[in-house]
Design a protein around this ligand. Structure first.
Ligand code: ZN
Length: 233
């Protein structure tokens, strides 16, 4: 069994896993930032407020004009001498007073709506500027992330090709052992011997095991602690 080649396969798989994780991490970062979503919602809310105050203002102004017209008409009647009955005259007078009070209220509403509309408009302009900034920032950031993602995808394709090449030169038995062991050992079937220890579990190996791994011809030597195939350069 070609342990050196199996170890090569293991290194490729480890790199592929690393790239896969990086891509997953990048994907999460590609979600639109909360601050940007919030800024967009703020702009929408202020825009709605501007429209609402504007509508309220127009409504009040229209009311005011209608009241003014009715007041003019009542005053004309009052002055015209058409109404002679004292009670009717009194009622007409009272109605004019009442309409004038209403008009005053309506004018207050119109002015208040105008001011609040202007406040909302100012707020909207500020929020719009913030949103534009954040959008620009995010565009730049996103571009960098997408370039990084593309790089990683290319890297992944390369590794896949390498893996194919190495796999082709391994026996079916070796590949089956590698796969089965990997499934039980968190994806790591082969561990290098480093300074007399197993690189996967960090346990110090008996010298006999190290020399067997070094001399290994055909038969895999396993780490007595974690059970992985040992590769000694
Ligand atoms: Zn081990």
């Amino acid at each position: 069994m070609d342990i050196a080649r199996l170890y090569e396969l293991q290194k490729i798989d480890a790199n592929m896993e690393k790239v896969r994780r990086k891509v997953a991490h990048l994907r999460r970062k590609l979600d639109e930032p909360t601050a940007l979503q919030q800024a967009r919602a703020d702009v929408a809310a202020s825009r709605a407020a501007v429209e609402q105050f504007h509508a309220r203002q127009l409504d009040a102004e229209l009311n005011g004009r209608q009241l003014a017209e009715r007041i003019r008409e009542s005053e004309r009647r009052l002055m015209s001498g058409e109404v002679r009955n004292a009670k009717e005259l009194e009622a007409l007078q009272a109605s004019i007073e009442s309409m004038k009070r209403q008009r005053s209220q309506v004018e207050d509403v119109a002015l208040d709506s105008l001011q609040r509309g202007e406040d909302a408009q100012r707020r909207l302009a500020e929020q719009q500027a913030t949103l534009t900034n954040l959008e620009q920032q995010w565009k730049t950031e996103k571009q960098a992330l997408e370039e990084e993602e593309l790089k990683l995808k290319r890297m992944f394709a390369q590794l896949k090709q390498q893996r194919q090449g190495v796999s082709e030169r391994l026996s079916d038995d070796a590949l089956t052992l590698y796969r089965q062991l990997g499934e039980r050992k968190a994806g790591v079937a082969v561990a290098a011997v480093q300074n007399g220890t197993c690189s996967a579990c960090n346990v110090s190996l008996p010298t006999g095991v190290v020399s067997s791994a070094r001399a290994a011809v055909g038969q895999p030597v396993y780490c007595p602690s974690c059970g992985r195939i040992l590769f000694a350069a």
